[in-house]
Design a protein around this ligand. Structure first.
Ligand code: CP
Length: 304
C-alpha cells in the first residue's frame, strides 16, 4: 500500500486507499477510548482561515487521543495572514518550522494544493472554498459503512446545496468508487456541477437528478442533507429565493423507510427540523463522533 503523504483532494485517492483508510478508522475505535502515545513526538498545526467547530476540534481531539500536541489559530484575523497581509506561501513556510503536519481550512478553491507546493511537511485539506472537503467525505463514507454494514448496493440521496456545498462534491466522488445508485436533489439554481455528475457516471454510478426532497427520500437507504451555504452566494437575494425550500420535517420522516439513515455534515440551519432529532432515522450526531475516529486514522497513516 502506497503511503499517504498529503490529503488534498478525494480525487487523489483510489478505492484501495479509501478502503485502507476506512479499515484503519475501524481499528481506531478502541484506541479512541483507551488513548495512545503513538504520536507523542508529533505536533499538528491547525490553520483555520474560515470558521469551524467540528473539523478543527475533531482533528484536535484525534491528535490528543494519539498522544500528540496541537498549535494553531481558529480565525485568520488573529494571524499575520489576516492582520498584516502575509501570503499563504510565507505562512506555510513559517508554520512548517513549528510542526510535523498542517491541517488547513481556507476560503479559496485550490488553496490546499498551493499550500502543499510550498510545504516540506504533510498538508491535510480541512475544506477549500466550495470545492472540496475530503476528510468530511471520508468520515461520511466511514459513517455509512459503520451504520449500514456496507456501501456497495445502497441507494443514497444527496440533498440541498449541491452547488456551493463542498462536502457533497467530495462525497459524490468518493461514492463513485462504490456500486451505489445516487439521487441528487437541489433547487434548480443549486444543482450539482455537470463535471462532477459526468465523472460519477463515467465511474459507472447510476446518477439521477430529482426535483424535490420527497422524490429523493422515497426508498433511500441514506439521505445526506446539506445546508444552503449562504456565505458563498455572490448576491444575498439569490439566497433568499432558495432558503427554506429543502427541508426534512416530521412529514418527510413519514415518507421514509424506518431504516433510512439521515446524515448531515453540520452545521444545520433549518433544513433538518429539530423535531426529527430523536427519530430512528436521525444519525447526524453519531456521524459527528466518527469525525474523531476517521481523523485519528488520517493522522496515524500520515505520521505513524
Ligand atoms: N462539517 C464541517 O465541516 O463542520 P465545521 O464547519 O463545523 O468544521
Amino acid at each position: 500500500m502506497a503511503k499517504l503523504r498529503n490529503l488534498i483532494s478525494i480525487h487523489d485517492l483510489d478505492r484501495k486507499m479509501i478502503d485502507h483508510i476506512l479499515d484503519t478508522a475501524a481499528k481506531m475505535e478502541s484506541v479512541a477510548v483507551k488513548r495512545s502515545k503513538e504520536l507523542d513526538s508529533k505536533i499538528m498545526a491547525v490553520l483555520f482561515f474560515e470558521p469551524s467547530t467540528r473539523t478543527r476540534l475533531s482533528f484536535e481531539s484525534a491528535m490528543l487521543r494519539l498522544g500528540g500536541s496541537v498549535l494553531g489559530f481558529a480565525e485568520a484575523g488573529t494571524s499575520s495572514a489576516g492582520g498584516k497581509g502575509e501570503t499563504l506561501a510565507d505562512t506555510i513556510r513559517t508554520v512548517e518550522r513549528y510542526s510535523d503536519i498542517i491541517v488547513m481550512r481556507h476560503s479559496l478553491d485550490g488553496s490546499a494544493r498551493v499550500a502543499a507546493e510550498f510545504s516540506s511537511i504533510p498538508i491535510v485539506n480541512a475544506g477549500s472554498g466550495s470545492e472540496e472537503h475530503p476528510t468530511q467525505a471520508l468520515l461520511d463514507l466511514y459513517s455509512i459503512k459503520k451504520m449500514k454494514g456496507k456501501i456497495d448496493g445502497l441507494s443514497i440521496s444527496l440533498c440541498g446545496d449541491l452547488k456551493y456545498g463542498r462536502t457533497v462534491h467530495s462525497l459524490g466522488m468518493g461514492l463513485s468508487h462504490y456500486d451505489v445508485s445516487i439521487r441528487l436533489a437541489a433547487p434548480p439554481s443549486l444543482r450539482m456541477k455537470p463535471t462532477i455528475i459526468r465523472a460519477m457516471k463515467k465511474a459507472g454510478v447510476d446518477v439521477v437528478e430529482v426535483e424535490s426532497v420527497e422524490d429523493a427520500i422515497k426508498d433511500a437507504d441514506v439521505v445526506y442533507m446539506t445546508r444552503i451555504q449562504k456565505e458563498r452566494f455572490p448576491d444575498v437575494r439569490e439566497y433568499n429565493k432558495v432558503k427554506g425550500l429543502f427541508r426534512i420535517t416530521s412529514d418527510e420522516i413519514k415518507l421514509m423507510k424506518e431504516d433510512t439513515t439521515i446524515l448531515h455534515p453540520l452545521p444545520r440551519v433549518d433544513e433538518l427540523d429539530s423535531a426529527i432529532d430523536n427519530t430512528p432515522q436521525a444519525k447526524y450526531f453519531d456521524q459527528v463522533y466518527n469525525g474523531v475516529i476517521l481523523r485519528m486514522a488520517i493522522l496515524k497513516l500520515i505520521l505513524g
